[in-house]
Design a protein around this ligand. Sequence first.
Ligand code: GRF
Length: 319
Amino acid sequence: MDKARVAVLISGRGSNMAALIYAGRADDCPYEVVLVSGDKPDALGLSLAAAEGVRVARLDARALGADYWEKLNRQLAQAKVDLIALAGFMKIIPVSFVDKWAGRIVNIHPSLLPKYKGLHTQMKALDNGDRVSGATVHLVTSELDSGEILGQVEVAILPSDTAESLEDRVLIAEHQLYPRILARYASRPYDAAWIEQQVDALAARLPEVIRKSNHGAPGWGVGNEKAAKNFAIMADHFHGEESVGLLVRASGPDEMNGLIEAQPEIYFWPKYYGASGWLGIRLSRRDVDWDQVADWLERSWRSSAPPRLTKLMRIADQF
Ligand code: GRF
């Protein structure tokens, strides 16, 4: 598995950033921190990152004004970043940036979300007489502290706690939670079960689709239970292949050879199945274009569906 290339964005001391950098150095960690940046050019954590030999982009959001996000995007592109981890990054992110990086920005928040979004979370927990506080790693969406929760850790509240003492203890928990959850998220594109779920969600959008395995491999068929014909089959490390793939019906060997020659990182000729027009698409990659997979599924569905269904589809196409 390629290590995911992570950029950490900070505004302050960067203790979570440090935890992410150190964990990322382990050989078996599925990510590495390749860039640290933020909105304040003199943030303390930037000097630490530089001393640790991590590339640093010192950007001044105030001075750059409207150009800031474009400059940051340029830095992220230059460093070939796959994922962005926010760690005490205090700037509100515009929708255009969130959309561009949809599903690829994570954040750590010092509360058990959805409780206590925003600032002063430990004070709020104490004021409410809570028995536990904690931290959450979540995906970033355009709504503050509201994206999908990827992982949480609870931290007990002691009767003697002040907001500061509780913050200190939650921070210890944060430093352990963040690298662990980021590692899990970074390896998700290679997880066969997760890949199958994505394909299943796309296949289920097509008419009269049922699950239909093929020689023991998970697959999808179209038509009723008895007569259903496979239009997609999972190919997990298929006969010596290194990737988790999906088999779909192509038009024939000419098209298949053309695609495989042009994009061998995406397409492959599946053993045994290739001769009957099945094309392999590698899905255990970080840059899978799921819209393209959806198009392949639809094409494959059309060439497998009974005429009564394809006729309806053709009529729908005209509108
Ligand atoms: C942490 O408490 C984190 O949960 C919050 O901001 C703080 C950042 O601290 N988002 P540090 O800069 O990582 O030390």
